[in-house]
Design a protein around this ligand. Structure first.
Ligand SMILES: C[S@@+](CC[C@H](N)C(=O)[O-])C[C@H]1O[C@@H](n2cnc3c(N)ncnc32)[C@H](O)[C@@H]1O
Length: 240
């Protein structure tokens, strides 16, 4: 991990992440799709996918603007953000499906587990956690076979404009050799991202295929599809 970036205000980051199991569901992944593959989680936040997938034989790198801060500072901020999120969720519980988490307490437990696992992993293998500011990434062309991006693009269409989406997608396409999966396709009000079609048209024009796939994960009601984008010449490649 590099040193702290003084210009980056910690208060502006919400440091919450999902677990490995949630990622497997939201990206409809099988364990055999991970082993031996060079994978990028972007942005990864306090997610435990990297920590767990690497123990299963994958080669995962996590990237996030938050990683300019130390693991200890982020762990503290993450706990505060989880408590704040639980308080907010309590008021809008009907907008969510509780089959997986069962209750706010169940959700809190899972979010703390992700934060704890990712903090421990980053503390012990810091070279897998790279600070960067999208839409630019410090990686070589086609460095990763698979790129995963959750709860960032499409979700915050009110804060991240179309140009930012386009530039970030172009950067993900540059660093990805085979495929990119993005979840979800809706904003915080569960409306499909309004500029998704022109972005898909652009990716297809660049020689990629794009499929919207229903996945076995739905917490926010209506957020249950991912976008699977594959380089045409890699579409039939099994990812050895
Ligand atoms: C809602 S979290 C999602 C984390 C994880 N993918 C998940 O699904 O649990 C969004 C993350 O985006 C990061 N982020 C926001 N703007 C960014 C930027 N311009 N470049 C890199 N990361 C950014 C935040 O620090 C935060 O960790």
């Amino acid at each position: 991990m590099s040193g702290e970036e003084p210009k980056l205000d910690l208060d502006r980051i919400v440091f919450i992440g999902r677990t490995f199991d949630e990622y497997m569901r939201m990206f409809d992944l099988l364990p055999e799709e991970l082993a031996g593959r060079r994978i990028l989680d972007c942005p990864a936040g306090a997610c435990s996918f990297t920590a767990k997938a690497n123990t299963l034989g994958a080669d995962v790198t996590a990237v996030d603007i938050a990683y300019y801060h130390t693991p200890a500072k982020l762990a503290q901020k993450g706990l505060q953000d989880i408590e704040h999120a639980m308080h907010q969720l309590d008021k809008v519980q009907d907008n969510f499906v509780w089959e997986y988490f069962k209750s706010i307490d169940g959700l809190r437990k899972v979010r703390i587990e992700a934060l704890t696992d990712s903090t421990q992993d980053r503390t012990s293998v810091s070279n897998r956690y790279i600070p960067a500011v999208l839409p630019e990434l410090p990686f070589r062309d086609q460095e990763f076979e698979l790129t995963l991006s959750a709860h960032f693009l499409f979700m915050y269409g009110d804060r991240l404009d179309y140009d930012f989406h386009m530039q970030t997608l172009q950067e993900l396409m540059r660093v990805t050799k085979e495929e990119i999966r993005i979840f979800p396709l809706v904003n915080l009000s569960s409306q499909r991202y309004e500029h998704l079609d022109p972005l898909i048209e652009y990716m297809v024009s660049q020689g990629w295929t794009a499929e919207e796939i229903k996945v076995p994960y739905e917490f926010q009601k209506g957020a249950n599809h991912m976008l699977r984008i594959r380089r045409m010449n890699a579409a039939d490649h099994s990812g050895a």
